[in-house]
Write a protein that binds this ligand. Structure first.
Ligand code: 5RP
Length: 222
């Protein structure tokens, strides 16, 4: 199976999960990226069962609306039973690196409100130790150089993502060379640097369920 076929399979499994676990009439949290896009397409035929969705990026909002799915502002929503999103890396504890698409902050906010985070990923994303994928950090533009110096002190090699501005008007520093043995600790430590909006470690709030696409089928890991 190709990587896209694996992504499509997990996206369909996530739509089935949502149909089973999210009460009729609820609002679904929707992530960002190519796997999340397949999920949006799989959710579309079921749209009459839900009130709508909360989007984690402008791109996701556009795709949802393209399918005729109502998109709510998060401030209007108190309860999101399920949030479905991809990941760049995920470990056995369901900690993740996210933000390859630059939507990490909004993804983290929607995930914080959701009861259940369902991560959808092809098998290549499951790793023993995270850090091979450069860790995205969203930074207020005037703090770029300061934050970069602090990230070097933590052992990383930050590189500004060229020509990229987030939906929040900020920059991304992609931090290379980290071997992340304490995801929760590092997440908190980086978030303490003045000028950081958030970083792409999702360990304080990891996924609850991983739907992993493999050539033997979709595996559910709790
Ligand atoms: C976007 C993300 C994505 O979930 C992550 O980059 C995975 O993307 P894809 O599904 O395209 O592999 O965090 O900010």
């Amino acid at each position: 199976m190709t990587q896209d076929e694996l992504k499509q399979a997990v996206a369909q499994a996530a739509a089935d999960y949502v149909a089973k676990h999210a009460p009729a009439g609820s609002i679904i949290g929707v992530g960002t990226g190519s796997t999340a896009n397949f999920f949006i397409d799989a959710l579309a035929p079921l749209k009459t069962q839900y009130r709508g969705a909360v989007a984690s990026s402008e791109a996701t909002k556009k795709r949802l609306e393209g399918h005729g799915i109502t998109v709510f502002d998060l401030n209007e929503v108190e309860h999101i039973p399920v949030y479905v999103d991809g990941a760049d890396e995920i470990d056995a504890g369901l900690n993740m690196i996210k933000g390859g698409g630059g939507a990490l902050t909004r993804e983290k906010i929607v995930a914080a409100v959701a009861t259940t985070f369902v991560c959808i990923a092809d098998g290549s994303k499951l790793v023993d130790t995270m850090g091979k994928f450069p860790l995205p950090v969203e930074v207020i533009p005037m703090a770029r150089a300061h934050v970069a110096r602090e990230l070097v002190k933590l052992g990383g090699r930050p590189q500004e993502r060229a020509g990229f501005i987030t939906d929040n008007g900020n920059l991304i520093l992609d931090v290379h060379g980290l071997s992340i043995t304490d995801p929760k600790g590092l997440e908190a430590q980086i978030n303490q640097i003045t000028g950081v909006l958030t970083n792409g470690l999702f360990a304080v709030r990891p996924a609850n369920v991983l739907l992993l696409g493999t050539s033997e089928g979709v595996k559910t890991i709790l």
